[in-house]
Design a protein around this ligand. Sequence first.
Ligand SMILES: [Zn+2]
Length: 465
Amino acid sequence: MINRLAILFCCALIPIFGQTPDWASVNEEAMRHFQALVRIDSTDPPGNETRVVDYVKKVLEAEGIPVTVAAKDPARANLIARLKGNGTKKPLLIMGHSDTVRVDPAKWIFPPFSATRDSGWVYGRGTRDDKSDLMAAMMTMLLLKRSHAALDRDVIFVSEAGEEASTGPGIEYLVSDHWKEIEAEICLAEGGGVVRIGGKALYARVETTEKQGRTALLVATGESGHGSRPLRGNAVVHLARAVDKVASWEPPTRFNDTTRTYFEKLANVSSPADAARYRDLFDPAKSAAVREYLAGNDPATYSMLHTSISPNMLSAGLQVNAIPSTAEATLDIRALPDENIDAFYEMMRGVINDPAVKVVPAPRNQRPGAAPSRIDLDAYRALEAAFSKVYAVPTIPYMATWATDMAFLRANGVQCYGIGAMTDEEDTAKGFAEHSDQERILEEAVYKHVQFFWEAVRGIAGSKN
Ligand SMILES: [Zn+2]
């Protein structure tokens, strides 16, 4: 009975979405494109993403996929390609960014744009961030086209410029000048991935929301004077106290759908000690002790609990013998997605409780705020199914404590899910992560990411009729 059902299922599906790819030959092709993309130096600044677009354009056009090159700056082009569906559902956008962060070549075992393969790894800037996504999304377009996959919705592919250092020619330009061409209901872009610890894939993280960066100044004022006659009202002293107070203050802990589910599910795949901590976060009697532990031992997780404040710049004084009349600290604030920032500043004023120190909001080049993407949609469930099929791992929704370009799409109503390839947790400490001195990815992760992308797109866009 089970076999007959399986046969029915299999043969009912194949003609609808085309043949399952021959992964052995796809792997070879994927690695070739991946290495070629990593070998293109698209360090941002200056970017030169058009070099990447030239490559991608050639590959897609060779297979009859039309492309649009969208460039605000001729050297910093984006590329858009679309495969048509039957229009039952609104489009799916799959996106990878083509620029990479800077390198210091002296710090690399293998040259940063060599894409050297060594002992199961591929080395190079962009291997994790984000040419793995770019290549997998591009490969998915090729595979969809070749297999004549029947789609319930259009699949739009974007090679995006400027993610790392300048959103102007990239996502902002795409949203402002090419919105009709990229408008979608669902989007997959960088932001998550499969976490491997001790050589074993444990779970997949899907980024569904992110904190918002804000900047505020603490400005202390006082009487100036001669350094030989210390003053109680010295602005530096008031500022130092205020910085200490806000930095050691614990803003109110608050969970949203994503973070609540994150900790609940993370507990299922964690060591007994970590699991107990994640569960105790929701126990009013035990939560404070856990938060104290996280503050000292796991700052990334601690930051997910509340709007955070990090004092990162100080300025005061002109010379050693003069008491300055002003002193200033710049705070990096990372606000929860639903934070009322004015009310938060008011709370800070209460914590500082010093009329000599003002909290002054400061401008910041920031991405827009938006509601979290939903985890109760079929698209999210399709991602769970794809991660389960390719890696045999559970999927956990995740709130990034930093910002991504998905913010611009979410602000325009797109349900965005941050995905990514498999990475070794230990590799971060060894200095091979995104933005680290060096960067590398497992060859196996390159291959599996293409399979994941294919399965995810099949689940979200594949025709069900
Ligand atoms: Zn990136």
